[in-house]
Ligand binder design. Structure first.
Ligand code: AMP
Ligand code: MG
Length: 327
């Protein structure tokens, strides 16, 4: 009997040795808490790599000025770094595909609303003026050179910053030999590997509190955008940070949050913001039209205010909270 117990204990220890518990390190970057959890690799080296990627994203995408870039002194052009070109050209493509629901030139409106610090909404006139300086049709990207058609225009890379950082951290960590890891950049979750074939279980937050459900993923990003992330309240109304450039006001779709799962980490970040603005029906149509056959795209989970969950593509979603039901 004792022998059997000893044998079971040895087996258990051996099993633990084969799949070591993850080691986690946290750091502050991109104005948010970030973490990296690695399995079977040196955690401090992984932290250095992840932190370097986040710092590079901050400086390339202009974290110090709120991810906003306005035209240079000549009023018309901006020269982008090679790395920023991919983020900008993909943002521009999604701006076109969504007909401006997602719009990389939302910068004058973002600066006006200044959600981080605002205590009341801007006036209708101010919003109208800022809106007249937006419109992705007014910019042209030629190599590294971005040309604006009017002075006062700008680009906002706030919707893509964490995805950009995640993409470069993913590449650098893989290159350094990391086989299994989870990066969390302020709620943007990126996983490396498949956790010994099991897949990583990533929770999707219930905007009302707790976890709405779980997606199982390998080698991909799970990115959620929602109006509950950053906002201020004024006279009993909530004004959040994702704007609808077509109205100039915070987006008011049927969605509480939009989650996109893709192995293209930058696309996941851009598209979650875009789907949140578009709402469930328009997002479904966009998904079918542009993303259903994109090999990097795994799918999307859209949580609506009336408790419906729309699952697009092949994402493996398991609801946990009974207040949400699959549509
Ligand atoms: P995320 O938290 O990734 O959904 O991105 C939100 C950020 O994207 C905001 O803080 C703005 O910087 C930017 N943004 C807001 N509305 C839009 C929009 N309609 N199109 C593109 N970028 C936007
Ligand atoms: Mg985003």
């Amino acid at each position: 009997m004792k022998r059997t117990a000893l044998f079971v204990l040895i087996l258990a220890l051996l099993f633990c040795g084969c799949s070591p518990a993850g080691e986690k390190a946290e750091f502050w970057a991109m104005d948010t808490l970030c973490s990296v959890t690695v399995y079977g690799s040196d955690c401090s080296a992984a932290q250095r790599i992840a932190e370097d990627s986040a710092r590079r994203a901050e400086s390339l995408l202009g974290e110090e000025h709120g991810y906003l870039f306005f035209a240079g002194e000549d009023g018309q052009t901006l020269t982008l770094s090679d790395d920023a070109v991919r983020a900008v050209s993909l943002s521009l493509k999604i701006s076109e595909w969504t007909g401006g629901a997602f719009d990389i030139t939302v910068a004058p409106l973002s600066a006006l609303w200044n959600i981080q610090e605002a205590v009341c909404p801007p006036s209708g006139d101010e919003i109208g003026e800022a809106r007249s300086l937006t419109g992705y049709q007014g910019i042209t990207l030629d190599g590294n050179r971005l040309t604006f058609s009017r002075a006062g225009m700008g680009i906002d890379l706030g919707a893509v910053g964490k995805g950009f950082a995640a993409a470069s951290a993913y590449d650098a960590l893989c290159l350094s030999g990391v086989k299994n890891a989870v990066l969390n950049f302020g709620g943007n979750v990126t996983v490396i590997g498949d956790k010994n074939g099991k897949g990583y279980q990533v929770g999707i937050r219930n905007p009302a509190g707790g976890i709405a459900g779980v997606v199982s993923v390998s080698d991909a990003s799970v990115v959620t955008s929602g109006g509950y992330e950053r906002y201020f309240e004024y006279e009993g109304r909530r004004y959040h940070h994702i704007l609808d450039p077509r109205t100039g006001y915070p987006a008011e779709s049927d969605l509480l949050s939009a989650t996109v799962v893709s192995s293209d980490h930058i696309l996941a970040d851009i598209l979650s913001t875009a789907f949140f603005v578009c709402g469930s029906e328009e997002s479904r149509q966009l998904y079918e039209r542009y993303f259903a056959s994109d090999p990097s795209m795994i799918g999307a989970v859209l949580l609506s205010a009336d408790g419906e969950v729309t699952v697009l593509g092949n994402v493996d979603f398991r609801p946990i909270d009974s207040s949400y039901s699959l549509s």
